[in-house]
Design a protein around this ligand. Structure first.
Ligand SMILES: Cc1cc2nc3c(=O)[nH]c(=O)nc-3n(C[C@H](O)[C@H](O)[C@H](O)COP(=O)(O)O)c2cc1C
Ligand SMILES: O=C(O)C(=O)c1ccccc1
Length: 336
């Protein structure tokens, strides 16, 4: 991953690089996410007659060819002119799901035209009518799930962006999926007053499965199930929100133990071994954020496809070495 990050830094405007790469505060949580994987050691099983591996995973009725999704990240056109549609084309080619950010810089309909299986990420909006408008649009575009980000009651304080004065998209770019019924782009509202009532409201507004993204506490995992949520994403927003928050991987086991819902995790997943460790510790699948943006910046859709194929090859390989035929064979005893 380091090589791609370095190449991305070399091609990107330094302001955009810092936006993509950076985190909140002292970036402790940003670092902790990767360090948590680096700390784990795999305890492989031998002579299991594994044979050909099978990486397929089904999530809410969609079959993925590998248990690795594309995390929602903002502003893909700042990374590469192909933008979100380039990323989606790679997801389609690889046979996985792209979660499209609320802050995508292309219309969801254009992203969907690539044929990719899409989920739509939603910042819960205090204006109920506007929120319902956004949900309808995502549904009509064919999105198969809603990912409701709950770790952002306020926007994270990111020193790198403050230093650059990077507060909004440059001219010629817009959050195309934040248009209201009159076609005007609205700012993404973050609202610390939001509560579980709001989750209930979103649920009442759609039949799509709802995942909550940004859950770290097992108590919230229990509440989520009680509120009819379909799945969870254990995440600290890639260290961009609450600096000092627990590493995503460290939070995973307790969240997975607290609920029967499918639990996904993101933050710091860089290699096939990381995917193996996350699945062994209770995840049904993982999502990848920054590496996708870096691959898009350096190679457009082909770059992102290459990244996904590399992760697939690595995961297939380490499953064989650890004595597992399929993701479901991975259990916590395989990780020390
Ligand atoms: C540049 C950037 C933009 C992001 N934008 C969003 C967003 O719009 N919505 C969201 O829910 N998460 C967003 N995230 C968080 C990612 O979905 C994900 O949680 C995180 O990047 C995973 O960590 P990783 O980058 O270490 O893989 C963003 C992350 C980055 C790096
Ligand atoms: O930068 C982010 O992490 C992010 O989530 C976001 C939220 C709103 C607008 C743009 C990006």
């Amino acid at each position: 991953m380091t090589a791609t990050a370095d190449r991305a830094q070399a091609v990107l405007d330094p302001v955009y690089w810092d936006y993509f790469a950076g985190g909140a505060g002292d970036e402790r949580t940003l670092r902790a996410n990767e360090e948590a994987y680096a700390r784990r050691r795999i305890v492989p099983r031998v002579l299991r007659g594994v044979g050909e591996r099978d990486l397929r995973t089904t999530l809410f009725g969609t079959e993925l060819t590998l248990p690795v999704l594309i995390a929602p990240t903002a502003f893909h056109r700042l990374a590469h002119p192909e933008g979100e549609a380039g990323t989606a084309a790679a997801a389609a080619g690889a046979g996985t799901v792209m979660v499209v950010s609320s802050a995508a810089t292309q219309p969801i309909e254009e992203i969907a035209a690539t044929g990719a299986a899409l989920w739509f990420q939603l910042y819960p909006q205090p204006d109920a009518a506007f929120q319902e408008h956004l949900i309808r649009r995502a549904e009509r575009a064919g999105c198969r799930a809603l990912v409701v980000t709950v770790d952002s009651p306020v926007f994270g304080l990111r020193d790198r962006d403050s230093r650059h004065g990077f507060t909004e998209l440059p001219a010629g770019y817009a959050c195309e999926n934040m248009r209201d019924a009159a076609g005007r782009v609205r700012d993404i509202a973050m609202d610390a007053a939001l509560s579980w009532d709001h989750v209930d409201r979103i649920r009442a507004a759609t039949d799509l499965p709802i995942l909550l993204k940004g859950v770290l506490h097992p108590g919230d995992a229990e509440l989520a199930a009680a509120h009819g949520v379909a799945g969870l994403i254990v995440s600290n927003h890639g260290g961009r929100q609450l600096d000092g928050a627990i590493a995503a991987l460290d939070a995973l086991p307790a969240v997975a133990a607290a609920t029967a819902l499918p639990v996904l995790v993101d933050g710091g997943v860089r290699r096939g071994t990381d995917v193996l460790v996350a699945l062994a510790l209770g995840a049904t699948a993982v999502l990848i954020g920054r590496p996708v943006v870096y691959a898009l910046a350096t190679g457009g859709r082909r770059g992102v496809r290459e990244l996904l194929e590399t992760v697939r090859t690595e995961l297939d390989h380490v499953l064989a070495l650890a004595g597992a035929r399929r993701p479901a064979d991975l259990t916590p005893d395989l990780v020390a």
